[in-house]
Design a protein around this ligand. Sequence first.
Ligand code: NDP
Length: 251
Amino acid sequence: MNRVALITGASRGLGKDMALRLAQTGCDIIITYQTKLEEANGVVDQVKQLGQKATTLQFDVGDIKGFDGFVDKLQAVLNKKFGTEKLDILINNAGVGATIPIAQVTEEDFDRLVNIHFKGVYFLTQKLLPYLNDDGHIINISSGTTRFANPGYSVYASAKSAIETFTRYLAKEVGARGITANVLAPGAIETDFNGATIRNNPQIKAMIAANTALGRVGQAEDIGGIIAFLCSPDAKWINGQRIEATGGVFL
Ligand code: NDP
């Protein structure tokens, strides 16, 4: 029986690459999207071309009240399309960026970012623990900005820091079931994230590249393979860790 992975926000960007790299290791994939169904269907096609099963589910990580309905749909999909009751891998990846100086952050901005990047991840994980097989894997996506300060990212990065703490507690509480929980913290990656800041701003891109040991910004393809490794038997002894993947930025 193939392992089944649920990746939130896998219609594009990092989540898409995670889906393809996990599929290459023989996983079947459930891809969530928020609005871009067509892109999500494109990822499903690519996973199927790799010989694995895949499907999409609509999901809003900021809509915590909608999680019970999402879990019901997930259960139905697991049964009908994958012939199983449970997942093996949960990747909490979905997210948005926003550059807002502290002086301008509204309570609405704060609640939106904290719901998406902390509260939503916390309660989705809580609700999915009964649907995760023993010996499975949970990976939460954080950010290099919890180690270095990027002006305008105070709420986003604080929520990501909370996820890093949550992951250590998670690892401790689910360890008895053989489940590992880790954080992957990417640096700047040239995706659609935060209005495609990196792609659209040559000066910012050049500044980050100049401060990166490997001399460039990241691409989505730099990330999926790390996720596949962390979900492999060879990575079983890596647990409760924050792994940074930035090409060596601001060392
Ligand atoms: P993208 O903007 O390329 O993709 C975002 C994905 O998340 C899409 O699948 C999108 O769905 C989904 N999504 C957005 N908002 C929500 C929501 N409220 N509920 C559910 N799904 C949502 O971003 P990246 O791939 O670059 O980012 C992925 C993760 O990596 C995020 O957690 C981000 O914080 C983190 N990260 C990114 C970095 C970067 O520089 N790119 C650096 C460090 C961390 P749809 O396509 O339907 O809109």
